[in-house]
Write a protein that binds this ligand. Structure first.
Ligand code: ADP
Length: 698
């Protein structure tokens, strides 16, 4: 039985399996080989074409043991252990294999995937089992000799005689009558011209087989037909201009296909440029992956796919909640999902001695960030294509790295269920970012303190007012007490006023203090209008002493914003001071500021500040948010730059324009609470908490 061509094409597309250093074999539900990658050809010596459709147990020297392993696979869904297989050169290859059953969408058993490595690799022995490059490049043929059976019979009847001209003719005739069933890519490249594999099928073997060795092929065919099943008959030929010292091997396909034979020709090609070119390009591709500066892990989570399918069938929709209730499933993934291959950078990154240090269950990758594995599983369950996040990785030599971790999930049926993990060490980058954020924080704090400096007289005035009230009320109270019959009701009233004024003074001091001290930003949901009202308190005195009229218009029912109260106040106070400064030299009629809140077309809260000042010169409009841009004699030019970095770190936008009737207009839009997402300053699409540039400014 052979696999449907559609299926094969599908598997052929999987570059990873073709280039994997591990043997990968796919069996259909009858245990017949459907796919056999080049590493499997290398390990077991059999070309794919010979194995396609055959039962793997036929290669086992101990079928009973093999049978037992398959029964366990069916019961458990996966199996891991050691198997022995007869290779084409007659030796027995011992391999460590893992097998997983795979299921289709309906939950029915679809096929089995097997990964294998030579067992000797682990024991560090027998170099002979290593790669044999020319063997991999065997050109394979499946041929049908049924149209030549009569010739075979006649040849069988004649004893082989040197110089027997009649026999030689019959031999050539045999090769002419033999038909090609299928050839592999290598055969097509070597002798097919540009006809391709499909066009070779059905044609005479003689149309493609070199004339000088046709008789030898015929003799090998006769030998193979007469030999015991499973015997390989080989002959080394003289170089034929295509291959150097080719070795031709012929063997029977099996009892159920008596007229079918397999032919494999191994040997180094020295003339076929495209053939060599392809070999070189495959090697280059493999090298490229191996030397890529990103650490790559190939992971086989196929058996988890079965569990997910079952859970879905059982009606589990909220997988995140399910995992919270069943943490053992995460444990299970950590201890049973194996890493099947890694590249050099991976070994360097985690400090292992070789591939074998890293090809074990994935748990070791998540020892520092167990929740990351959970998120990887959720990504697969919910059908994402990729997932990435920043996480901590503990190396084998016990260093802890900050890494950007990315997962590429397999596309069902195309990628052989291979998941790829990549890790990029971003420890240094994050350290630099932290330093940068610290600098920005210091800068922003310095600007705030300097802003408070500008407001000293306002603050003094603010505090003075309740203090003056306390003094007045205390004196009045004393006067009442001096009466012979003090009015205790009146005194109590005055004392209450004293306490209220003291509280007000305390509030002002606290407010200024909060603005002045350095503290970690505290993002909370805030009512937009309230931030504005509080900010106005800081500049009330400036406004009053300069006879500036302020009109306010607060929209009702505005959504909340998420942010740090002090930082947002810093933005608004800064803009208010600028507006007051812009109008203070105008005629009294023009000393006007209008503040309004509202929402933009997407429903995000916005705030506008309009003044009747001179406006902003057209060629300054693009620069006022730049650091150190100022048009004022005493200005520093950092206020608006800090406003912008704070607003952007909150995911919002700030802009300035000139009003048609004169004066400037500033507009700040912030995302409403539900839509809030911290912006990513440097590292691309990663999950992060509240962070980013100036938000960490304190
Ligand atoms: P500074 O106030 O120290 O100059 P800012 O960064 O706050 O620093 O402002 C930068 C510049 O933007 C100001 O120097 C001024 O030219 C312009 N600007 C800011 N606000 C206004 C405004 N309301 N009207 C006109 N120009 C303004």
């Amino acid at each position: 039985m052979t696999a449907a061509p559609g299926d094969l094409r599908c598997y052929d597309r999987s570059r990873i399996a073709e280039l994997a250093s591990e043997s990968i074999i796919i069996f259909d539900s009858d245990r017949r080989v459907r796919y056999w990658n080049p590493a499997a050809e290398r390990l077991f010596g059999w070309p794919f074409l010979a194995m396609q459709g055959s039962e793997i147990t036929d290669l086992s020297p101990s079928p009973a043991e093999e049978q037992c392993a398959w029964s366990q696979l069916v019961q458990e869904g996966w199996w891991q252990g050691r198997v022995c297989r007869r290779a084409r050169n007659g030796r027995v290859v011992v391999a460590d294999v893992r097998r997983h059953l795979r299921y289709d969408e309906t939950g029915a058993h679809h096929d089995t995937i097997e990964f294998a490595r030579p067992a000797t690799e682990a024991e560090g022995a027998d170099a002979e089992v290593g790669p044999v490059p020319d063997e991999i490049m065997a050109a394979s043929w499946e041929i049908d000799i049924s149209p030549a059976l009569e010739i075979v019979a006649r040849l069988g009847a004649r004893a082989s005689l040197a110089g027997d001209g009649e026999r030689e003719k019959l031999c050539l005739r045999l090769v002419e009558c033999a038909r090609i069933v299928e050839v592999n890519e290598r055969t097509a490249r070597l002798v097919g011209g540009n006809r391709g594999r499909a066009l070779m099928a059905g044609q005479s073997v003689a149309a493609f087989w070199p004339v000088e060795s046709r008789a030898i092929l015929a003799e090998l065919i006769l030998e193979a037909l007469a030999a015991e099943p499973g015997t390989t008959c080989s002959r080394r030929l003289a170089s034929d201009g295509i291959l150097r010292d080719p070795l031709v091997s012929v063997w029977r396909a099996g009892p159920e296909r008596p007229a079918r034979l397999f032919v494999a020709v191994s040997g180094a090609a020295d003339d076929d440029r495209s053939y060599l070119f392809l070999r070189a390009s495959e090697a280059r591709y493999r090298k490229l992956v191996d030397y890529m500066p990103v650490a790559l892990w190939q992971v086989d989570a196929s058996h988890m796919g079965k569990i997910y399918a079952q859970l879905r069938a059982d009606g589990v929709v909220d997988f995140e909640r399910y995992l919270e209730q069943h943490p053992e499933l995460v444990e299970r993934a950590a201890s049973t999902v194996p890493v099947t291959d890694v590249n050099r950078r991976a070994i360097e990154l985690v400090g292992g001695a070789g591939v074998h240090d890293l090809t074990r269950p994935v748990g070791y990758l998540f020892s520092e960030s167990p929740a990351s594995l959970r998120r990887v599983m959720i990504g697969r369950f919910t059908g994402q294509k990729n997932y990435n996040e920043l996480m901590k990785l503990r190396t084998l030599d016990n260093r802890v790295l900050d890494v950007l971790f990315s997962v590429t999930y397999p596309e069902p049926r195309v990628e052989l269920d291979t998941t790829i993990f990549s890790f990029e060490d971003v420890t240094d980058r994050l350290r630099m970012e932290t330093q940068l954020r610290q600098l920005q924080a210091d800068f922003s704090h310095a600007a705030r303190v300097s802003m408070l400096g500008e407001l000293t007289s306002s603050i003094a005035h603010e505090v003075n007012q309740p203090l003056a009230a306390i003094v007045t009320n205390a004196e009045t109270s004393l006067r009442w007490l001096a009466h012979d019959d003090p009015d205790t009701g009146k005194i109590a009233q005055l004392t209450e006023r004293i306490a209220a004024s003291a509280r007000r003074a305390d509030n002002i001091v606290q407010r200024v203090r909060r603005m002045a001290v350095k503290q970690t930003p505290d993002p909370v949901e805030l009512p937009f209008n309230e931030i504005l009202q509080e900010s106005l308190l800081f500049v009330r005195h400036e406004i009053e002493t300069r006879s500036v009229r302020v009109s306010t218009s607060y929209a009702r029912g505005l959504p909340r914003v998420v942010g740090d109260r002090i930082q947002l106040q810093q933005v608004i106070v800064n803009m208010l001071i600028n507006a007051v400064q812009a109008v203070e030299d105008r005629d009294e009629a023009e000393r006007e500021i209008a503040i309004a809140t509202g929402s933009d077309e997407k429903g995000n809260p916005l705030f506008t500040l309009r003044d009747r000042g001179p406006g902003i010169a057209a060629d300054h409009l693009d620069h006022i948010f730049d650091g150190f841009f100022t048009t004022k004699a005493q200005g520093m030019g950092i206020g608006l730059a800090i406003c912008r970095s704070i607003v952007e770190a909150h995911g919002g936008a700030i802009s300035a324009s000139n009003r048609p009737g004169g004066g400037a207009e500033f507009r700040v839009v912030l995302p409403r609470a539900g839509d809030y997402m911290a912006v990513e300053p440097v590292v691309g699409n990663v999950h992060r908490g509240f962070g980013g540039n100036a938000l960490n400014a304190t």
